[in-house]
Design a protein around this ligand. Structure first.
Ligand SMILES: O=P(O)(O)OC[C@H]1O[C@H](OP(=O)(O)OP(=O)(O)O)[C@H](O)[C@@H]1O
Ligand code: HPA
Length: 182
């Protein structure tokens, strides 16, 4: 097990937990997409770690692509204004698209992306969210087809998730010590 980073107060998902969630998601996606040759889309930067793991857990033909988005806001909240920093390289007309996200929080990022991709005429667009945060006030209707796990409404880092661009490389997911927020 990795040594705990000094800024982490508590681990929420260990490396072992993460591996089990990845396998479960891979199995579920494989069952539904075995003969659909999906285009699996990673939303950079946060989802890069999940993407690398989940795509290898899908035992079916697929292709991959990447989008980079940034949502304006402060370091721990999203404002809902999403800017496309890198668009897909592939055409998605007639394709079955799976958007891979590290976390569904307010839902604003995914809501924007789903609408944008739907307008390009894909056969389907579904979401695979590694984590879904249990928030009371999610005001948009994003319903992920695949969910890794639910997390309480607190800010978490690691396994791709950052605070001010830090901690993405932690192999587990945890909560920061209060004094580490600046
Ligand atoms: O449901 P929401 O409230 O929209 O939050 C979820 C999004 O926020 C994070 O991305 P961020 O915009 O911080 O960029 P990053 O992936 O580069 O960290 C995360 O990776 C999701 O994409
Ligand atoms: O809890 C979180 N941690 C890191 N990034 C995030 N983006 C939305 N929610 C989170």
């Amino acid at each position: 097990m990795a040594e705990l980073h000094p800024d982490i107060e508590r681990v929420v998902f260990s490396e072992e937990d993460i591996a089990a969630i990845v396998e479960k998601m891979g199995r579920e996606i494989t069952e539904e997409y075995a003969d659909k040759n999906p285009l699996v889309v990673c939303v950079l930067k946060g989802a890069v770690v999940v993407m690398a793991d989940v795509m290898r857990a899908i035992r079916a033909p697929l292709t991959i692509d990447f989008m980079a988005v940034s949502s304006y806001g402060d370091a721990t909240s999203s404002s809902g204004v999403v800017r496309i920093l890198k668009d897909l390289d592939s055409r998605i007309e007639g394709r079955h698209v799976i958007i891979v996200e590290d976390i569904l929080d307010s839902g604003l990022t995914l809501s924007y992306l789903i609408n944008m991709l739907q307008s390009r005429g894909p056969a389907s667009v579904e979401v695979a969210a590694f984590l879904v945060k249990d928030v009371d006030d999610r005001d948009c209707s994003v319903v992920p087809r695949f969910v890794g796990a639910h997390v309480p409404n607190e800010f978490i880092v690691g396994y791709g998730l950052d605070y001010a661009e830090r901690y993405r490389n932690l192999p587990y997911i945890g909560v920061l010590k209060p004094e580490c927020y600046s």
